[in-house]
Design a protein around this ligand. Sequence first.
Ligand code: ZN
Length: 417
Amino acid sequence: MPQVVFSVDQNKSMRDQAVPGQNRWHPDIPPAAWVRPGDEFRVECREWTDAQIGNNDSANDIRDVDLDGCHMLSGPIGVEGAEPGDLLIVDILDLGPCQAPQEYGEAPGQGWGYTGVFAKANGGGFLTDHFPDAYKAIWDFRGQEATSRHIPGVRFTGITHPGLFGVAPSAELLARWNERERALIATDPDRVPPLALPPLEASVLGGTASGDRLAVIARDGARTVPPRENGGNHDIKNFTRGSRVFYPVHVPGALLSGGDLHFSQGDGEITFCGAIEMGGFIDFHVDLIKGGMETYGVTTNPVLIPGRVEPRYDEFVTFIGISVEHESNTNYYNDATVAYRNACLNAVEYLKKFGYSGEQAYLLLGTAPIEGRVSGVVDIPNACCSLYLPTAIFDFDIRPAASGPVRADRGSCALTS
Ligand code: ZN
């Protein structure tokens, strides 16, 4: 096992760890550890809400979750010799739930994980207009497989990956983020859910920073929800074992941070709290390409070489969506978001015919290794997106046939009371 450079005791909040992590992006968050180019090392992670969610049959904890302190991230890890303009090479050597092979306990990642649909009033999700309340499914891990008492009839191999890793922004880059996100918010400041999240002093955690330094991080630190130029919350399911990512370096030492480990996720992470969320560990190797940002023209984005490890599903029922609101018979010109939402809704309606509730189907599409594709964005006026649902994850046949769907009592996901 590589040396642990950031350790987590899963019985304690991230705030109470020997070296606490962070929940904002800011260049002044002090490095928790330093490594050298060529080093291999382990980072331990809390589940992204800092374990606010329990292994139980109520979604009240999802409904009431406090998002001010999210995501709870590990790091930053400084890389000696990294300078602005370099590319930081990060290899994911391995990752998994807490202390592989198996550990059981009350924190997500200790043998189990969860997926939740946030209530519209508290974050929402991709289908929030259709599913405005909070829902939850608990998933049990058995080796690489996940099953849920809240979505019976389904078993799949996870495509384990970190939802969120990235490097620190420079002060200038951070100011640009805050400027553009505040401008977006100003276009509709009272929207529910909000268009973006501005810096927030409440619940800020800036590693070992305190006093004036922490006050500056609280005032200006960027929230961790979106992906940005530094990486961040990509939620790319293929960012798994064996992946190599190249991050543009914006500050001396690069300052790599992250967490939000996922046991599995479907493309789009549509439920927002949408993967199978867990704490755990991730092993890295790092190196540098000096001056690589200019050499490769990689400035506003990381570049990724996905790993070769993924579940082998080779048959899919594919749901197509176009950029039309069918109810009002309205076209949305080449809008891939509208098209993908329709692909998801079409899959939900189909799965309901087998006895699942719409909420169960929604939770399943967020977590199972479904493929989401932008199929066409040029055939005016309708963008076309598609959602590939693997048939082999069900213990009954979901393919359309003249005999009709195998309808059964499929139980219930966790609801609010
Ligand atoms: Zn996540």
